[in-house]
Write a protein that binds this ligand. Structure first.
Ligand code: NAD
Ligand code: 89V
Length: 344
């Protein structure tokens, strides 16, 4: 089968990783790019040798000549661009967070279903090598039935230097980073029935919350805690590692700082190094995320070629996005939120 041709919209901070990822993906190449900012358009176009450049996404769709679109803009443009892809019947990847509201996200899924095009949310954290290793260990039955988990991301990293818009929004850590951690909790322990959350802002120089503690009830009966912070100063900065603890009926799994996986059961304890690969274009400490960008993009191409639903399809990611909405609602009302009612 010939390479699938892709177009990318949004040539900002993170899109550079996506462009490097596309260079490594087997079976696809980017043939056109778009950014409403001509300076970013030319920086990325020159770096990756892309001749077809647009400042207007609609013009790029009208000119056609590509098999899928990769939307790498920030959240407020996601609905309009996904609906544009649906109107032109072009399969679409959309960066997280899915949309400004759950109602927008549901409308985007409906538009793509009506158009008959696949939609994948670029929810890459579940594709990180250490997260895949935890998923595999649990799936092997090594610790029996899981009954408790903790998914933790606590950091003091200056994320605002690369992504200054994160300091400006009314919402911050749950919508931007917790969304990944909640998705990992769903990926590892399954779908969630109810959620209770508390949030705080510690950094006085930002508008949104930078600390959140979230209690989840999973459909399989397990309970988990998702705790995220950008206000945590430690002796060794763990950014961007998600640390995981899972207790099961026959043993336990621990994913610790330094990408160390420990599995304990009646057979003893086994420690494994599950560090991500440092790809040729990647740099520490981002290499964990960068490798997962390549992995999710390869998965998308494989899913298009073999016609299967991607792991983080729009329909799947509604269930993660509902947890984000529920976390803000729970923190504001101090109530426990039933997730099923949000998804109706
Ligand atoms: P950015 O602001 O650096 O880049 C966004 C670019 O999109 C800008 O160049 C802007 O001009 C362009 N743009 C916006 N609206 C447009 C439109 N309608 N048409 C054409 N161009 C448009 O933002 P970023 O930091 O690169 O983040 C982009 C997205 O990636 C965000 O949704 C963010 O949450 C997400 N992100 C994901 C990860 C991850 O690991 N999955 C990491 C970082 C950022
Ligand atoms: O996913 C994101 O948008 C990023 C980061 C991984 C740093 O949280 O903000």
């Amino acid at each position: 089968m010939p390479d699938l041709k892709g177009a990318l919209i949004g040539c900002g901070f993170f899109a550079v990783n996506q462009m490097h990822g596309w260079n490594d993906v087997k079976g696809a190449r980017i043939v056109a790019i778009c950014d409403r900012d001509p300076e970013r358009l030319n920086i990325v176009g020159d770096q990756f040798g892309i001749a077809r450049r647009y400042t207007d996404a609609r013009q790029m769709f009208a000119d056609s000549g590509f098999d899928f679109v990769d939307i790498a803009t920030t959240v407020n443009s996601h609905r309009a661009l996904v609906e544009m892809a649906a109107a032109y019947r072009v399969p679409a990847i959309c960066q997280k967070p899915f949309a400004p509201t759950l109602a927008d996200a549901k409308a985007m899924v409906a538009a793509c279903e009506t158009a008959g095009i696949p939609l994948m949310i670029h929810e890459n954290f579940r594709w990180q090598t250490p997260i895949q290793a935890v998923h595999k260990a649990l799936g092997s039955g090594a610790i029996g039935m899981p009954f408790w988990g903790r998914f933790s991301f606590r950091s003091g990293y200056d994320v605002f230097s690369g992504q200054p818009y994160l300091a400006e929004g009314e919402r911050f850590i749950v919508e931007d980073l917790g969304i990944h951690t909640l998705d990992i909790a769903r990926y590892i322990l399954g779908d969630v029935t109810s959620l209770t959350a508390r949030i705080k802002r510690i950094n006085p120089n930002i508008n949104g919350e930078d600390v959140a503690t979230i209690l989840l009830d999973h459909e399989n009966g397990a309970t988990s805690v998702v705790d995220v912070s950008y206000a945590t100063k430690q002796s060794t900065e763990p950014f961007p590692e998600t640390l995981i603890e899972i207790d099961g009926t026959e043993g336990s799994i621990r994913l610790s700082q330094g990408y160390e996986l420990q599995i304990t059961n009646a057979g003893g304890t086994v420690n494994t190094d599950v560090a991500p690969t440092l790809l040729s274009w990647a740099s520490r400490p981002w290499h964990n995320i960068q490798e997962s960008v390549f992995a999710i993009q390869q998965h998308w191409i494989d899913s298009l070629k073999a016609s299967f639903e991607s792991s983080t399809s729009g329909a799947d990611n509604l269930k993660t996005f509902a947890l984000v909405e529920a976390a803000y609602e729970s923190a504001a009302t101090k109530a426990t939120i039933e997730i099923g009612t949000l998804l109706k």
